[in-house]
Design a binder for this molecule. Structure first.
Ligand SMILES: [Zn+2]
Length: 82
C-alpha cells in the first residue's frame, strides 16, 4: 500500500509502480487564489507522474525565498483534527 507520496515510486491513485519523475516549470507563476497578479516567477516543481493512469503529484522546489513567499502570500489550509 502507499501513503500517497509518489516519490516512493508507487501511484497514489491506481497503486501501480510505473511512476516517472520530471520537472514542471510554471511559466505564469504562483499566486493566492483569486489574486490579480502572480508573485513568484517560474517556480519549479518536481513532477511525479504515473505512466499507467496519469495521476500526477507536484512538489515545489523550496529554498528560503520560496518558503517565505508560500508562508506569507498564499492561503493556509488549516489542519483538521479528527
Ligand atoms: Zn496510477
Amino acid at each position: 500500500m502507499t501513503n500517497g507520496d509518489m516519490r516512493n515510486g508507487r501511484c497514489g491513485a491506481c497503486g501501480g509502480s510505473e511512476v516517472c519523475w520530471g520537472e514542471y516549470v510554471a511559466q505564469a507563476g504562483l499566486r493566492r487564489p483569486g489574486a490579480g497578479k502572480f508573485g513568484a516567477r517560474k517556480p519549479v516543481f518536481d513532477a511525479y507522474i504515473c505512466a499507467a493512469c496519469g495521476n500526477t503529484q507536484l512538489h515545489l522546489r523550496l529554498d528560503a525565498k520560496m518558503s517565505s513567499f508560500i508562508r506569507n502570500k498564499l492561503n493556509w489550509v488549516r489542519s483538521q483534527q479528527s
